[in-house]
Write a protein that binds this ligand. Structure first.
Ligand code: 48H
Length: 252
């Protein structure tokens, strides 16, 4: 049996992590946000052989998915997105015609597991704090440890490049806000009030490029276009991620 040397343990972690980070310096697709839309987009990109780096500022993945509806960790998925649950091998139940329920834990677990198996480069506890823009195109993300912001430290960031940068940051559309602020282009209308039926359709049809090199998926789409919100129905988030991937693949 091998003697366990603590320094080997530290060395294994540091070397492995740093090699992965070096691999993530130059990217095709960078997704900001590990919520349902970001994870679904990653899944459909990886499936088509596009390499993906995902940056998540929180410790845990899933964004608003883990909390389900008002902390009941169940989400509703409509008929049009059931194929995605089947493809991900996520168990679900029929509630009534057109309405299905699934465990937010099962959906999150499946998305993460399948993505990691396909080689997703997933970095948590890192925040995208700015964007790199050259010749009027977004070409990278400016990153820093999330703990730097929590401790209110003044520490300069590093940069990773992207051909396609995806804002999957949810209600706040943080990345589109950054581009709006830096370019003075008016890009964000602000999210509208609850209207689940409209919101679920619009989040999918509105998914796409919002500025050269910058795409929106999930709730950030609704914030950008002034579309309503939909509450804890998650089919639209999955379908938005899927559509985002198909648009990038078409553009490639
Ligand atoms: C790195 C960041 C940064 C940053 C944020 O909120 P999310 O779950 O987003 P979506 O769009 O995939 O899903 C939305 C859904 O969860 C939801 O809230 C719904 C359906 N609401 C409807 C309603 O009516 O309320 O995930 C966004 C993720 C989070 O994990 C953040 O921590 C992360 O993005 N994030 N990561 N750098 N600057 N900003």
């Amino acid at each position: 049996m091998t003697y366990i040397d603590e320094i080997n343990v530290s060395s294994a972690i540091i070397e492995t992590y740093m090699n992965e980070m070096k691999d993530a310096l130059v990217n095709e697709a960078v997704i900001v946000g590990g919520g349902p839309s970001g994870l679904a987009a990653a899944y459909y990109l990886l499936k088509e052989g596009v390499s993906v780096t995902l940056i998540e500022k929180a410790l845990r993945p899933g964004g608003g998915l883990a909390g389900g509806g008002m902390m009941f960790n169940v989400v509703v998925v409509q008929e049009s997105a059931i194929e995605i649950l089947k493809e991900l091998e996520v168990p679900f139940k029929k509630f009534k015609e057109g309405y299905f329920t699934t465990s937010s834990m099962a959906l999150l677990g499946a998305l993460l597991f399948k993505n990691m198996k396909m080689g997703l480069k997933y970095f948590n506890l890192i925040t995208v704090e700015d964007v790199m823009i050259k010749q009027d195109r977004v070409v990278g993300a400016v990153i820093n440890w999330s703990s730097v912001f929590m401790a209110e430290l003044h520490v300069d960031p590093l940069v990773i490049s992207s051909k396609y940068l995806v804002d999957a940051t949810g209600h706040d559309a943080e990345i589109v806000h950054m581009v709006q602020k830096k370019t003075k282009h008016s890009l964000i209308k602000g999210e509208g009030p609850m209207n689940a039926d409209e919101a679920e359709k619009l989040v999918v049809s509105g998914t796409g490029e919002v500025f050269p090199g910058l795409y929106a998926a999930g709730m950030s789409v609704n914030a950008v276009h002034g579309y309503p919100r939909m509450g804890p129905i998650f089919g639209g988030m999955l379908l938005s991620g899927k559509r985002l991937a198909s648009l990038i693949i078409k553009d490639k």
